[in-house]
Design a protein around this ligand. Structure first.
Ligand code: RIB
Ligand code: CA
Length: 307
């Protein structure tokens, strides 16, 4: 798989899961603006790979703004660095790829012998650009699995989830493509709450990396408490990776999904037709159910395996 992300506390945990789980091979990491500027998200991706001891996976910088809209970052949620919490005194050892995200994606898709799954845990800007510039490569994409959207309400606007809201036009383009698409929205990621119990298990692992994860989750918990009154923060992005690792962990239904790009009050809303009111054919698998125990076991195993 390739992970296109905007780290981000939950993106960082998604990266660790993708690196460590033996069921998947992480071929490249590409970054996109979202939780912070793409500059900061790229440093954070390099940081996570450095902490995990991964030197052979390219980290490539992607879009620094949405396709047409003005950039809105989420520093209120993820802090000034995009990955606030623990402080690091040195630069991450993993370098940034000299190639842009677009070129790395093209290269991976062209060269890999079998179709590649793209997991996207930020706005879909890089992926929309890829599909429009390289239509012949769509057959080389096994599936796009996105953390974004919601069957319910939003988290940045009443009806819009943040990754959809940042670049609705990109999400719209991706959904109109023929590439198989799975949406892991807030309705399912809000089942992945980092409760005290979960934090306790991470703490018990006792490694430096586990300690850093606990600090990240503690920071994330503080913003979710302050902004939304959550008792425990939802770990959104690893749900999309878990769906690829073992589809049984994240139960999905088929549905038609469209993205609102025009609405005066509803831009970025994912309109998920769970009951087929519209009669439009399904164009997505929509995640609805999380096997919490299996999910948290995967996360803990990944952190423990990375030492
Ligand atoms: O709405 C949650 C999503 O927005 C997550 O991907 C988080 O990292 C932010 O990008
Ligand atoms: Ca993200």
């Amino acid at each position: 798989m390739v992970l296109d992300c905007d780290p981000g506390h939950d993106d960082a945990m998604a990266l660790l899961l993708a690196i460590a789980d033996p069921a998947v091979e992480l071929l490249a990491v590409t970054t996109v603006t979202g939780n912070q500027t793409v500059d900061k998200c790229t440093v954070n991706a390099r940081r996570v790979l450095s902490l995990a001891g991964v030197a052979d996976v390219p980290v490539a910088r992607g879009a620094d703004r949405p396709l047409v809209r003005r950039l809105r970052i989420a520093d209120d949620v993820h802090g000034q660095t995009g990955l606030d919490g623990p402080r690091f005194d040195t630069e991450p050892s993993v370098p940034e790829s000299p190639s842009a995200a677009h070129d790395v994606l093209v290269d991976v898709l062209r060269k890999h012998p079998t179709p590649v799954t793209i997991v996207a845990t930020g706005a879909l800007t890089n992926i929309a650009r890829l599909l429009s510039a390289e239509p012949s490569l769509t057959t080389k994409i096994a599936e796009i699995v996105w953390m974004g959207g919601s069957t319910d309400r939003g988290n940045i606007a009443p009806l819009a989830e943040a990754n959809a809201y940042v670049d609705p036009e990109a999400a719209d383009q991706v959904l109109r493509s023929d590439v198989p698409f799975t949406m892991c929205g807030l309705n399912v990621t809000h089942q992945a709450l980092v409760t005290d119990d979960v934090l306790g298990h991470l703490n018990q692992i006792g490694t430096p990396l586990a300690g850093i994860c606990v600090e990240w989750m503690t920071f994330f918990a503080s913003t979710y408490r302050r902004l939304w009154g959550f008792e425990a923060p939802p770990l959104h992005d690893p749900v999309a990776v878990a769906r690829v690792i073992d589809p049984a962990i994240v139960g999905c239904v088929e549905a038609n999904v469209v993205i609102e790009t025009q609405g005066e009050w509803t831009a970025g809303a994912t309109v998920v037709d769970l009951f087929n009111y519209t009669g439009r054919p399904s164009n997505a698998r929509v995640a609805v159910e999380l096997d919490r125990e299996a999910f948290w076991t995967k996360i803990a195993d990944a952190v423990a395996a990375l030492g």
